[in-house]
Design a binder for this molecule. Sequence first.
Ligand code: SAM
Length: 212
Amino acid sequence: MYEKERQELVDKISKNGITDVYVLKAISEVERHKFVPEALLPHAYKDVALPIGYGQTISQPYTVAFMTQSLKVQPDSKILEIGTGSGYQAALLYRMGAKVYSIERQFEIYDRTRKLLDELEIRVNTKCGDGTIGWEEFAPFDGILVTAGSPNVPPSLQKQLAVGGKLVIPVGDKVSQKLRIVTKVDVDKFETVDIPEFVFVPLIGKEGWKQQ
Ligand code: SAM
């Protein structure tokens, strides 16, 4: 179902600069329409963010692809995602062969997505909680992907990154953010690249925005 629409989406984001063949392959295989509310099915393969309820969104496919490409995922990489949301990003990482850990703050979203992932047999480790403090128990991670905008880079996430790993996080105010790609080059040494102009819902937590 929707194969043609999915291929058109892949062509579009590839024209817009996504070159990682593993990311493009995962997008051509993961059925985004299973992760959007039924009423929005006709829009599932448009390159736009869509509401998923509770004031949250499934991110724009181009943005998801860009962030995933920036992580440089290898099969068997251990990846921590902050902001499970619909589960689409986690499903892509899983399809790429990563070992995925994902944290969602809102219980209703966590619960609904946990059931969906089980139904689709997407084996991702999830928990409901504040992702700004990471998931110490399973650290270090080869990659950490934050799918909500933060005022800063949470120190706990930097700490839980493996040497050589990448942390991809939107940083800015609540209106717009830069995508910050942080590479841990040594235990206490980080290199940072900022890509301008992204918009995300806020990352709320101890090391993010305070509760509204
Ligand atoms: N990755 C998601 C997907 O594929 O659908 C997109 C998620 S949406 C843009 C961002 C999510 O981050 C929301 O579901 C929101 O509840 C969650 N969030 C915000 N602050 C959080 C925190 N501190 N810890 C975990 N999740 C958080």
